[in-house]
Design a protein around this ligand. Structure first.
Ligand code: NZQ
Ligand code: ZN
Length: 386
């Protein structure tokens, strides 16, 4: 097992009705800016619950953060923060709203051009960002319990990630009741995103970190078992709760400790969202199978372990099990009605591989993947296969 440090300061308030407790989590004298997305919180009762919980606090609002949070819009929120001497941010939404708030938390205390925060390795140190909490409305990204974020800039077709130890939420409310109003397409996205988060931290080389591997496999199996229940028309509170907690656990830092991690699927996937606006999770379903086929030799033992332990495949040698694993993964995405070919999403995919190779070369991303050996040319080939 590799050496590691682990500190996750986010307090989780899990369960029905927990939103009402946020008044105790935010200082009484805070000047709060509540930030939300396109308005789903106004039709599912979450907005009213937040207003009621914070009725004795100084609360302002900023709505309209879009999916794949857009830099230009976040700058408008930054102006509201600075003009009104806001001291506390409250994200109410999915990964996009939470990520937008993390960027704002970093930008609020940053002197200089805000985009630099993403372009250069400007990391917000512990205590460096404006304090914030979150109310999660869409289980998927794990952003509610980690310190990373991803911001898009349409003007330049870029989607970049950053983060740092100062950007953990102080608290996050996980009320499974919010799952009731989520469209099935977004639930499918959430499952696929969380599932791929586990794979990015697991589908590498065999390791001696037995516990992390077993936890990762448990999250994968739980997501597989929960998927049909949360995709069904009938709301099931316990299934929603399991789904939500799986998504959080998939990317709160725990399973990545002591192991090597990949994240190349996300790097390529972000480009597809930047170019074509494809939902984040769907870009992962497009890239992951080809990525595993392309890197078959280095990943085959882990793929075979995944086949055995997660899909209970006992027949065949390592190569056969590993190939069966990739097919199972594709079938799982298809069971969520998520397509796995780029051509399923856009007719203009012809130059995508060249574009990604060029973007990665310009950013000097010359060593992706768990072995830091994937070059922009390898990315080209993987995207060509997708
Ligand atoms: O904007 P509103 O009206 O709220 O609608 C949203 C949005 O249209 C809707 N929604 C959210 N909760 C709902 C709901 N609709 C009905 N009922 C509810 N309870 O769902 C739509 C999608 O929301 P969004 O926040 O964009 O989805 P998600 O949580 O999947 O976040 C995606 C973003 O997170 C980034 C992605 O790249 C993408 O930008 N990621 C962040 C990560 C992190 N911080 O750790 C890791 C991930 O790998 C990912 O990259
Ligand atoms: Zn993701």
């Amino acid at each position: 097992m590799l050496n590691f440090e682990l500190k996750n300061p986010t307090k989780i308030l899990f369960g029905k009705g927990e939103i009402e407790k946020i008044s105790k989590e935010i200082p009484k004298d805070a000047k709060i800016l509540m930030i939300y997305g396109g308005g789903s919180i106004k039709s599912n009762g979450v907005y009213e619950q937040v207003k009621e919980a914070l009725k004795d606090h100084d609360l302002q609002e900023f709505g309209g953060v879009p999916a794949n949070p857009e830099y230009e819009i976040l700058l408008e929120a930054l102006k509201v923060i600075k003009d009104n001497n806001v001291t506390y941010l409250l994200a109410v939404g999915g990964g996009s709203v939470i990520d937008g708030v993390k960027f704002l938390s970093a930008a609020a205390n940053y002197e200089g051009e805000s985009w630099e925060i993403l372009k250069k390795p400007v990391r917000t140190l512990e205590g460096g960002g404006m304090p914030f909490g979150t109310i999660l409305t869409l289980p998927a990204t794990g952003s509610e319990m980690n310190s990373g974020y991803v911001i898009s800039r349409r003007e330049t077709n870029e989607k970049l990630s950053s983060g740092g130890p100062g950007l953990f939420p102080q608290f996050s409310v996980l009320d499974p009741e919010v799952v009731k109003s989520i469209p099935k397409k977004q639930i499918a996205n959430g499952i696929a995103d969380a599932y791929t988060h586990v794979l990015e931290q697991y589908m590498t080389a065999p390791s001696s970190a037995d516990l992390q591997e077993r936890i990762a496999e448990s999250i994968l199996i739980s997501l597989q078992e929960t998927a049909p229940k949360v995709m069904s028309e009938n709301f099931d509170y316990d299934a929603a709760g399991n789904f939500m907690w799986c998504c959080t656990m998939a990317l709160n830092g725990l399973i990545q400790k002591g192991v090597i991690t990949d994240w190349a699927v996300h790097a390529m996937g972000h480009e597809l969202t930047a170019y074509y606006g494809i939902d984040h999770a769907r870009t992962l379903a497009v890239i992951a199978p080809s990525h595993y086929r392309y890197n078959f030799e280095t990943k085959k033992e882990k793929l075979a372990q995944y086949a055995e332990r997660v899909w209970k495949i006992t027949e065949g040698n390592i190569e056969e099990k590993a190939e069966a694993a990739i097919k199972k993964l594709e079938e799982f995405f298809h069971s969520l009605e998520i397509q796995t070919k780029l051509s399923d999403y856009t007719d203009h995919y012809q130059n995508t591989a060249e574009r990604i190779e060029k973007a990665f070369t310009e950013r000097n991303w010359v060593g992706l993947g768990e072995l830091k050996k994937l070059t922009p040319k390898d990315a080209y080939k993987i995207v060509e296969m997708s």
